[in-house]
Design a protein around this ligand. Structure first.
Ligand SMILES: [Fe+2]
Length: 192
């Protein structure tokens, strides 16, 4: 089934108006990944890693997240529910909970292509792409994620800091540079 971004956004907004928006969004993502994964990858897939905003509103935020090979992003929270759907590659989620002083490890969830994973408003996670190819994921948040103040945690000390979007952008920029440097002597066909 063809994948049209504007239609997808409208479908997500309709699902978000459901009495149980998390369940409705989960069902929508599962169905689209089952029926249209190749078309989603064709529409959204790229080998330029980054957080690309598909839709941003007070009601909902939809991101197309492209993880570079082996890339890791430090622990962070969202302060609203989130649903992740993987349309290409894989995403390892390391889950944490708040401790008296620093974060405590609270589990792992390894997502593969086609998987959908829901995170509650209290969730804290770090994300790693375990593959040697890019991973493409749709991340949907139940609110205005772009403008939400939130936290990140130093990956070594696990101490809390204010979320720093510039640090995140630097991490993606470095991942792109590393990937392009690697391409210089390891040319592969396009990914995602
Ligand atoms: Fe996240």
């Amino acid at each position: 089934m063809a994948f049209d971004i504007d239609t997808f956004v409208e479908d997500c907004r309709s699902a978000n108006a459901d009495p149980d928006p998390r369940a409705a969004i989960r069902e929508l993502l599962l169905e689209r990944l089952r029926t249209s994964r190749g078309d989603i990858a064709a529409a959204l897939g790229t080998d330029e890693s980054g957080l690309n905003v598909i839709y941003s509103g007070e009601d909902l935020t939809i991101l197309n997240v492209i993880w570079a090979p082996k890339m890791t992003i430090f622990p962070h929270d969202h302060r609203m529910w989130a649903t992740i759907g993987i349309y290409a590659g894989a995403e390892d989620n390391r889950l944490y909970k708040r401790g008296p002083e620093r974060l405590q490890h609270a589990g792992e969830r390894q997502l593969d292509t086609g998987d959908v994973f829901g995170l509650g408003a209290e969730a804290i996670h770090a994300v790693h792409n375990p593959r040697s190819r890019h991973t493409g994921a749709i991340h949907i948040y139940g609110g205005d994620f772009v403008n939400q103040s939130r936290s990140q945690w130093d990956p070594d000390t696990l101490l809390e800091e204010p979320y720093d979007i510039e640090q995140v952008q630097r991490a993606f920029a470095k991942a792109n540079e590393d990937w392009k440097a690697q391409l210089g002597h390891d040319v592969d066909e396009s990914v995602v």
